[in-house]
Design a protein around this ligand. Structure first.
Ligand SMILES: NC(=O)c1ccc[n+]([C@@H]2O[C@H](COP(=O)([O-])OP(=O)(O)OC[C@H]3O[C@@H](n4cnc5c(N)ncnc54)[C@H](OP(=O)(O)O)[C@@H]3O)[C@@H](O)[C@H]2O)c1
Length: 247
């Protein structure tokens, strides 16, 4: 039921971390994957990784903060599956956060999801083909953490946006869901988690471990494929129980 043969998928933010991994997972399930981000060299590495496992991936330049770039990247092809994964996290105390940082996070993490969802859904509607949109939010969109006000607000917005779009687009057979990862180890954050602060954080996760990227494979495929055909407007947390940590 999670076979994606014949499906076309777009993964934003596929030049590193979770997005690169998601591209590999979707390709391994049979999808033809378009990988999108700003850094062409890093995207080429993702394409090579997918090809090395026998899959098909094509790169496309995309800046989710730029409407023209989104139109160019999303207008050419109709996708069955869209993984809105591109995102940034700028941390720091709210009292000291420059408005520019606030705006950058909201523009990338929330407005960027809206732009890509709108552009890709327009094609799905025009071609009457339906589809599945998976918006990568975070457990920080469901509960808060210190010094992440803009990120938390943006990700909470992604959760609510996913529900609003699910409601509007169900009539077009488009499903929209939010995937809310907890703390997942990636090449960019593994040094932090190896240190004292990172280890203290891990002790607060009920399962006492970080998530690995592979922990997201099942939930991703569930939402992206026909296995989740009756699921829309949901927010699935994948967090080792972090959201239910003891008060
Ligand atoms: N890792 C975690 O523990 C965790 C937990 C919860 C949620 N998440 C979410 O998962 C997603 C991926 O996180 P990650 O840890 O894999 O981070 P990452 O390694 O920093 O990857 C972020 C990706 O987003 C892309 N990106 C950033 N700004 C962009 C823009 N303006 N236009 C297009 N692409 C842009 C980057 O590509 P370019 O720089 O090449 O454009 C990169 O491919 C994010 O939405 C993040 O909030 C991560």
């Amino acid at each position: 039921m999670t076979d994606l043969t014949g499906r076309r998928a777009l993964v934003t933010g596929a030049s590193s971390g979770l997005g690169r991994h998601f591209a590999q997972v979707l390709a391994a399930a049979g999808a033809e994957v378009t990988v999108a981000a700003r850094r062409a060299d890093a995207l080429a590495e993702t394409v090579a990784l997918v090809a090395a496992q026998g899959g098909t991936a094509m790169p496309v330049a995309l800046d989710v903060t730029d409407t023209a770039s989104v139109a160019a990247a999303c207008g050419g092809a109709a996708y069955d599956i869209v993984i809105n994964n591109a995102g940034i996290a700028l941390d720091g105390p709210a009292l000291k956060m420059p408005e520019e940082d606030w705006s950058r996070v909201i523009d990338t993490d929330l407005s960027g999801v809206f732009r890509v969802a709108q552009a890709t859904a327009a094609r799905m509607v025009a071609e009457k083909r339906g589809g599945s949109i998976v918006n990568v939010a975070s457990i920080v969109g469901l509960r808060v953490a210190g010094n992440l006000s803009a990120y938390a607000a943006a990700k909470a917005g992604v959760v609510q946006l996913s529900k609003a779009l699910a409601l509007e687009w169900a009539r077009h057979a488009i499903r929209v869901n939010a995937l809310c990862p907890g703390y997942i180890e990636t090449p960019l954050n593994s040094a932090f988690f190896a240190g004292e602060a990172g280890q203290a954080l891990i002790r607060r996760i009920p399962q006492r471990r970080l998530g690995q990227m592979a922990d997201l494979d099942g939930p991703l495929l569930l939402l992206a494929s026909d296995a989740g055909a009756y699921m829309t407007g949901t927010a699935i947390a994948v967090d080792g129980g972090h959201l239910v940590s003891s008060l």
